[in-house]
Design a protein around this ligand. Structure first.
Ligand SMILES: Nc1ncnc2c1ncn2[C@@H]1O[C@H](COP(=O)(O)OP(=O)(O)O)[C@@H](O)[C@H]1O
Ligand SMILES: N[C@@H](CCC(=O)OP(=O)(O)O)C(=O)O
Length: 426
């Protein structure tokens, strides 16, 4: 685990630039004299950036929208756009912006209270964003998502197409959970995880999570004034997870814990993450350039999963299970090959062609998930049989039971083998 801990809140100073053909690394000199490489600034590449703004950074401590805070964020988002980057905003704040208008003295706790507050607040929020964006000649688009939109194949792909079209047309998508209709047990949990899912979904380069604290400390800085800040974390270990506590304000939810979970998820998809704060129109550009007030999390994985594979891996429900022999397991995990019926030893559950199944080895160990080309009934006949048999006797022309393009390895030991990372995650 390589962690840069700058010790207290002391300012660290950038001191070395390594200039390459594509850009340059910024090295950060910490108080302890350690050098930590904290940001990669690619001087040529235009980044696709998801920026998440928490309720505490948009509203007043006792509720109600803060136009000043919102306006400042928009100036920084506009600066990113001006520099040529693609930006997707995930904005919280609907409940916190709305509850005062409904007469609640504090953030409501009942489901109907939160949903009603969000119904009022979301309108206020989007109106304020559009008013501010207009001053920079930018247009915002409201996208409200529920977890169902991610688990249903068509909705997932529709949302994906819409987001891409908006980006292509220069519009700034503003995403929030559709709080008014989201059922309690079926929510994303919080907008931190939603922002990581969206970042994966659009295959962003960076996820910037803006909050009211300048990064992750070894204890909640609100309650522990001696807490020390981390400037760079390269591996989110259980020790790091244990340091992150809950929400610190009356309007925030999830706290640092949910941000660390979200960061872990985004990093696993090859997205660099920053959690922190900042002021002024340059704060997001500074963050991108390694000068942000917060904690950087550098991803080790440079081959993000395609959107369809993310859907298979993280959102699609499994409709059955296929067991495969050692040869097929090796071909799937190590040779980048598709699954052929000849390697299948058992089929469980009832499914149609096009549905998603789990694939295990003969000991029941989960290897991954994939979209099948055969129904369970067809696979019962085809399992263990040659391709020629499937074609001639069963009249099946798609030879692969699961094509490589519709396969995702989920066996963590295999994913952790560096040699195979790129191949597995393509
Ligand atoms: N280890 C930690 N380091 C930094 N902040 C922490 C830590 N543990 C808990 N927190 C709290 O997390 C809060 C930020 O989360 P939250 O209130 O949910 O904000 P947001 O509304 O931006 O999502 C901080 O105000 C802080 O009190
Ligand atoms: N969808 C909710 C956001 C809930 C949430 O995660 O809030 P936060 O912890 O402030 O990011 C809202 O707009 O109020």
């Amino acid at each position: 685990m390589r962690i840069a801990n700058e010790g207290g809140t002391a300012e660290a100073k950038p001191f070395v630039l390594f200039i390459g053909t594509e850009g340059f690394f910024i090295f950060w000199k910490t108080r302890k004299g350690r050098e930590a490489e904290i940001g990669f600034m690619d001087t040529k590449k235009k980044h696709r950036i998801v920026v998440k703004i928490g309720s505490s950074s948009l509203t007043n401590p006792t509720g109600g929208l803060s136009r000043d805070k919102l306006g400042e964020h928009v100036s920084a988002l506009a600066a990113l756009r001006e520099a040529g980057h693609e930006v997707i905003l995930v904005s919280s704040g609907a409940v916190a912006a709305g509850f005062t208008s409904l007469g609640y003295p504090s953030r409501p706790v009942t489901l109907e209270g939160k949903q009603s507050a969000a119904a009022v607040g979301q309108g206020l929020l989007i109106q304020a964003y559009n008013d501010e964006l207009r001053t920079y000649d930018l247009t915002g688009a409201q996208i409200l998502l529920t977890r169902d939109d991610f688990s249903k194949r068509n909705r997932y792909h529709n949302a994906h197409r819409t987001l891409n079209e908006l980006l292509k047309r220069g519009v700034l998508p503003i995403v929030n959970e559709n709080d008014c209709v989201a059922v309690d047990e079926l929510t994303f949990g919080d907008n931190d995880m939603l922002s990581a899912l969206v970042a994966g979904f659009v295959r962003a380069d960076d996820l910037i999570i803006l909050t009211d604290t300048d990064g992750l400390y070894d204890a909640d800085p609100r309650s522990n004034p001696h807490a020390k800040k981390f400037t760079l974390i390269e591996d989110i270990t259980p020790d790091i997870e244990a340091l992150a506590g809950g929400a610190g304000s009356q309007v925030g939810t999830g706290g640092m814990r949910s941000k660390i979970n979200a960061a872990k998820f985004a990093l696993s998809l090859g997205i660099d993450v920053f959690i922190g704060t900042g002021t002024g129109a340059d704060k997001l550009l500074d963050t991108l350039n390694g000068k942000g007030a917060g904690t950087y999390f550098r991803n080790q994985m440079k081959a993000p999963l395609k959107a369809h594979k993310q859907w298979i891996a993280f959102h699609a429900e499994s409709d059955g299970r296929i067991e495969v022999d050692a040869g097929a397991a090796h071909a799937l995990l190590h040779e980048g090959k598709s699954l052929l019926p000849s390697g299948i030893t058992n089929v469980a559950g009832e499914f149609m062609a096009g549905q998603v199944v789990e694939v295990t080895d003969t000991t029941g160990r989960l290897l991954g998930k994939g979209e099948v080309n055969y129904s369970s009934a067809q696979l019962e006949q085809a399992k263990g049989e040659s391709t020629a048999f499937c074609r001639e006797k069963l009249g099946i022309h798609r030879v692969e039971a699961v094509h490589r393009d519709n396969w995702v390895t989920l066996n963590i030991e295999e994913i952790n083998k560096q040699d195979h990372k790129e191949e597995i995650m393509q």
